[in-house]
Design a protein around this ligand. Structure first.
Ligand code: B12
Ligand code: SF4
Length: 633
């Protein structure tokens, strides 16, 4: 099920509402002196193609934004811990300024759920009197907020594997206190409400419980919180409805604030006395992700993005983006950037405003393109629409664009692409020194190779390479939470529960594993993905890339080959065992849609009335199906 849209005209916050909230919090922050730790859950079993390098080198924008929002609201005793860098981090042992933090926030994608739950479980080892208020957020909870609560007393099996997954001896209330299904504003709104009832020196979690029990949280759209029994175990979840979105992204806190809060990589379970010094940030986080736009005008049924954004296209101004590049470059020495856009070329007018501003901006007296290199996601359709402006895009510093090609023949998905158009768009970008990076989706009806035409997976990889691609992403079509196709994929029995006795776990939902297919020989699909990667990344091609590189960027082609071969080894190591299980058979399918084992009471907000009311959720996943794609486009 998709994220429900608020009533028309009520999707966005009023202009200035977010900065005003920060300002109010700044005024009361000194008397509360909160200490917060924001953790990014990361399951290292997901390390493989197509993102084997970026997954560790790019501090995620989500946790950085949450940390920045807190610090920018006056709560500067905040630390961001990435499990990518700090595998041994144990929340039960965290101390900030010598004390147990008041707030423990966890951000997770769906594929990192096991790691997210383990972090929450460990935080629950802190005795209840001192335990921080535990808040979960991010792409996991946006769609399946109920999965971060302790469901053991509800006695259910949960989504994939056990929902509770609590180890022996874990306390009864071993889950998050509250899940945020929205963005920064929702978190700050919650804090303001809780701090308003907090007595001097009172534990934040106790003040939170009082605010919750007095019904004060009901007026904050974007929360799911637990009502508990005397043992602290959740008996009911309350869903306050869809958030209002910040429309003008210039109102967000500056990314440099979040970048200053990162915990240095270490093998320790505890936190260092100070955050990672600015001069060392780029050594570990050499790529900075930047929020520039949100939303996409297309409506691909396998993609949750348009519904998440309530069909809004939200943007930052060119001036603000230039400032973010400049300050991140100057303060941290970062030269590589990635835009977190769903479809950067979505609106011609807004795109031009951004790239023209960047193209005439300077950093340290030099033009942008000489100082920074960046990439983001776009569509083939919009690239061709903007063909006359590609030189300006290049002058703005863009060196790579990821395009959601999916299937060049548009048999699977139609969003304005075709073999000719895709080839034209790729050649156009390559001719201007921008590396076109294809994102493809393999599906049940697509063969590995077709004798004629361009239908086969390898046929398409070959065409894309010829047209200038230096990287390849091939993912299997897999149901994505929050997409239109999600529920149907389950009820129709497409999705596997297990194969040859091995259950499908959430870390396997990254579209690298074949976990939903009608194919009689799904193991062939699994091997097809490896074959396509091997066709694209191999020693022969590396040799050719050294002699006749596809990219104008020095050694980029050869570098991608080396990275791709390393990633391929990891992908094969992790997915071959699954291919053998698929071959052995014994595939058990599921027909139940993942749903909350704990009853959910959805508050009926008039705002959501046009979507049938939140009652429609009934505890089922809040959103969409899954595109295999990493982001969008
Ligand atoms: C950039 C990106 C990537 C990058 C970078 C990831 C990184 N290290 O930064 C790369 C290319 C590596 C990547 C990889 C993948 N990605 Co990706 N990616 C994105 C993208 C386009 C932007 C993410 C981002 O930075 N957004 C901007 C930040 C500010 O937004 P945010 O993270 O949502 O955080 C906000 C809120 O969620 C909330 N919030 C977040 N955390 C918390 C925590 C608390 C406590 C609170 C209160 C609030 C809160 O507040 C934040 C500020 O507004 C999103 C789509 C999107 N537009 O968000 C997909 C997305 C996150 N990716 C997705 C997927 C599926 C993947 C892959 C699995 C794809 C694949 N098949 O390989 C891999 C996973 C790799 C791995 N091992 O982790 C999905 C996740 C779906 C889900 N339900 O979990 C998304 C949502 C796209 C989609 N289909 O909708 N991805
Ligand atoms: S898959 Fe890409 S083009 Fe389609 S709706 Fe999602 S972001 Fe837009």
């Amino acid at each position: 099920m998709e994220v429900l849209r608020r009533a028309r005209g009520d999707e966005l916050l009023k202009p200035g509402e977010l900065p005003a909230l920060r300002e109010r919090l700044r005024r009361i922050a000194p008397e509360h002196d909160l200490k917060s730790v924001v953790a990014c859950a990361f399951d290292h079993r997901t390390r493989m193609l197509p993102f084997i390098f970026a997954d560790l080198r790019m501090p995620p924008a989500g946790v950085r934004a949450v940390g920045a929002a807190l610090a920018d609201s006056g709560f500067d005793k905040t630390r961001i811990v990435l499990q990518q860098w700090n595998r041994a981090f144990a929340p039960s042992r965290m101390r900030l300024d010598g004390a147990i933090p008041d707030l423990f926030l966890v951000s997770s994608m769906q594929i990192h759920t096991a790691a997210c739950k383990a972090l929450i479980r460990d935080a629950c080892r802190i005795d209840p009197e001192h335990r921080p208020l535990i808040i979960a957020g991010g792409p996991k909870t946006i769609y399946e907020p109920w999965d971060v609560f302790d469901a053991r007393e509800a006695g259910a099996s949960g989504v994939y594997g056990s929902a509770a997954q609590a180890g022996g001896g874990a306390p009864a209330d071993c889950g998050a206190d509250v899940a945020v299904t929205g963005e920064e504003f929702v978190l700050l709104n919650l804090l303001e409400v809780v701090l308003a009832v907090r007595a001097k020196g009172e534990p934040l979690r106790r003040a939170y419980a009082r605010a919750r029990d007095s019904g004060l949280l009901e007026s904050i759209p974007g929360l799911v919180y637990a009502r508990t029994n005397e043992r602290g175990a959740p008996i009911e979840l309350v869903d306050t409805g869809t958030q209002r979105l910040v429309g003008n992204l210039d109102e967000l806190s500056h990314p440099v604030i979040g970048m200053r809060l990162l915990e240095a990589p270490s093998g320790a379970a505890t936190l260092a006395a100070r955050a990672l010094p600015a001069r060392r940030v780029s050594r570990y986080g050499s790529i900075a992700s930047l929020v520039m736009t949100f939303g996409c005008k297309f409506n691909c049924p396998y993609c949750p993005i348009p519904a998440y954004n309530q069909r809004q296209h939200r943007v930052k101004s060119g001036e603000r983006i230039a400032d973010e590049f400049r300050r991140l470059h100057d303060e941290f020495g970062i030269r590589y950037f990635f835009g977190t856009d769903d479809n950067f070329f979505n609106s011609e007018e807004r795109t031009l405003e951004i790239v023209e501003t960047l193209a005439r901006s300077t950093i340290g007296g030099k033009p942008f393109r000489k100082r920074v290199r960046w990439g983001t996601e776009v569509t083939v359709h919009d690239t061709l629409k903007l063909r006359a402006h590609i030189p300006t895009v290049r002058a703005a510093g863009v060196r790579a664009l990821w395009l959601g090609v999916e299937d060049m023949t548009a048999t699977l998905v139609k969003k304005g692409q075709s073999v000719d158009k895709t080839t034209e768009a790729f050649q156009l970008l390559a001719s201007h020194g921008i590396c076109p990076m294809p994102m493809m989706m393999h599906h049940d009806t697509q063969p590995l190779v077709s004798r004629r035409g361009a239908y086969g997976l390898i046929n398409q990889a070959r065409l894309l390479r010829k047209a200038g691609a230096i990287s390849l992403q091939v993912l299997m079509m897999t149901p994505a939470t929050g997409s239109k196709l999600y529920d149907g994929a389950f009820t129709s029995g497409l999705v596997y529960a297990s194969a040859a006795g091995r259950p499908v776990e959430q870390h396997m939902l990254d579209a690298n594993y074949v976990v939903a297919s009608e194919s009689k020989r799904p193991w062939v699909k699994q091997l097809n993905i490896l074959a396509a990667y091997l066709y694209f990344y191999n020693p022969v091609r590396l040799f050719i890339a050294l002699l006749f590189p596809k990219s104008r960027l020095y050694l980029a082609d050869a570098g991608m080959q080396i990275l791709g071969m390393y990633g391929l080894i990891q992908t094969a190591r992790r997915t071959l065992g699954w291919a053998f299980r698929l071959m052995r058979g014994g595939i058990v399918r599921r027909t139940d849609i993942p749903r909350s084992p704990i009853p959910i009471r959805a508050l009926e907000t008039p705002a959501c009335a046009d979507a049938g009311g939140l009652v429609a959720l009934g505890g089922v996943g809040r959103q969409s199906a899954n595109s295999a794609a990493a982001g969008g486009a």
